[in-house]
Design a protein around this ligand. Structure first.
Ligand code: NAD
Ligand code: DAU
Length: 356
């Protein structure tokens, strides 16, 4: 791995991965292709470990000539594909960009790699980053998803990610493109855009705003600290077998309501003014088609590549709350983005839109 094209590297996980790779691999040079949609920001890339090995290109993954040029000009041997529309609520309110970026974008990258690498696949790797949501929803007692669980996506977001997974596998089977896939559970940690549950709750609580819990709040996610996800991807890039998929997750976890309560308790300790923050918890109408439970069986990546999460939810949540408290300049800059203001307003009206 010398010349790495990271797509979506100005978003939450992509930016964490760029930092991680520059830190652990002194040889890696990164070309970071990101369209800087509402979810991407150069604020996420401030103070990188080694700026000289990072080139940022603002552009769309659906722009085939641009992608082909980057692959050739930078002699790219490894593609790590994060770029996506990633928020389920937005996919319910407006699915079109999800199909464009997540499906057409993935296709454009796969096709560009196939053409640029022209059958000389030795030493190359296309890694596709995907989600546990492609497997659908688990009942309370069902076993966790494993790599053979049939796909059953239930939101426009997860359906678009499922389509891209199928395309990635098709390029391996049909053309021999050296593709690997990872399907990961819910990430949290530094630089997550505050439309997602954990940062939204932290920032709302700090401003004494309502903490909107969808439905009864008993939905279960398999929370994973973002750095553990980055490490898993790095291990798959180095030791994963082409054509294979690896599930990544943090282990069994409490329900959403419990997560929100834990955030409130941390804030009561770290920012006692406004305590108890749990008084702000407000149950609001549920997300349509809301998946009840996700859980990942991670035996495969543990056995083959020796991966295990280094953070548990207690340590990871504390680190995350502390990060948001100690980065007010990042919060201010993200909030100053026009689209964030629009989203905030929409966030309070979206439940009516959901039910239209
Ligand atoms: P994010 O929304 O924070 O970031 C997405 C990034 O992609 C942004 O920087 C955005 O500008 C960029 N982007 C969007 N459309 C683009 C386009 N057409 N061309 C170029 N760049 C574009 O997302 P995230 O949470 O960091 O997720 C990254 C990837 O990981 C996604 O593929 C997502 O499906 C997957 N994933 C996320 C989670 C999670 O919990 N966040 C869990 C599992 C898998
Ligand atoms: O499972 C992996 C997926 O996790 C990723 O593929 C997605 O990109 C990522 O966005 C995330 O999807 P979720 O829908 O699970 O994440 P979100 O943070 O939006 O919601 C987490 C849970 O919290 C979910 O059950 C809905 C609930 N929720 C969310 C918000 C934003 C609330 O109760 N209130 C809220 O305001």
């Amino acid at each position: 791995m010398k010349n790495v094209l990271v797509t979506g590297g100005a978003g939450f996980i992509g930016a964490n991965f760029v930092r991680y790779l520059l830190r652990v691999d002194p040889q890696a040079r990164i070309v970071n292709l990101d369209a800087l949609t509402y979810a991407g920001s150069l604020e996420n890339l401030r103070g990188l470990p080694d700026e000289s090995r990072h080139t940022f290109v603002q552009g769309d993954i659906c722009d085939a000539p641009l992608v082909e040029r980057l692959l050739v000009e930078h002699d790219i041997d490894t593609i790590v594909h994060f770029a996506a529309e990633s928020h389920v609520d937005r996919s319910i309110l407006g699915p079109a960009p999800f199909i464009q970026t997540n499906v057409v974008g993935a296709f454009t990258l796969l096709e560009a790699a196939r053409l640029a690498w022209k059958g000389k696949f030795e030493g190359r790797r296309f890694h596709h980053v995907s989600t546990d949501e492609v497997f659908g929803s688990l009942t309370p007692d069902a076993p966790p998803f494993n790599e053979s669980t049939p796909y059953a996506p239930r939101s426009p977001y997860s359906a678009s990610k499922a389509a891209s997974d199928h395309l990635a596998r098709a390029y391996f089977h049909t053309y021999g493109l050296p593709v690997t896939l990872t399907n990961c559970s819910n990430n949290y940690g530094p630089y997550q855009f505050p439309e997602k549950l954990i940062p939204l709750m932290i920032l709302n609580a700090l401003e004494s705003k309502p903490l909107p819990v969808y439905g009864d709040g008993q939905q279960i996610r398999d929370w994973l600290y973002v750095e553990d996800h980055c490490e898993a991807i790095d291990l798959v890039l180095r030791g994963g077998r082409p054509g294979e998929t690896y599930n990544i997750g943090g282990g069994n976890q409490p329900c959403n309501l419990e997560i929100v309560r834990q955030i409130c308790t941390l804030l009561d300790e770290l920012r006692p003014e406004g305590s108890p923050h749990a008084r702000l918890i407000t149950h609001v109408p549920d997300r349509p088609g809301h998946d009840r439970r996700y859980a990942m069986d991670t035996h495969k990546i543990e056995a083959e590549l020796g991966w295990r999460p280094r953070h548990n939810l207690t340590s990871g949540l504390r680190a995350t709350v502390e990060w948001y408290l100690s980065h007010p300049e990042w919060v201010k800059a993200i909030r100053a983005q026009n689209d964030y203001q629009i989203w905030l307003e929409k966030n309070y009206t979206k439940r009516e839109e959901f039910s239209e």
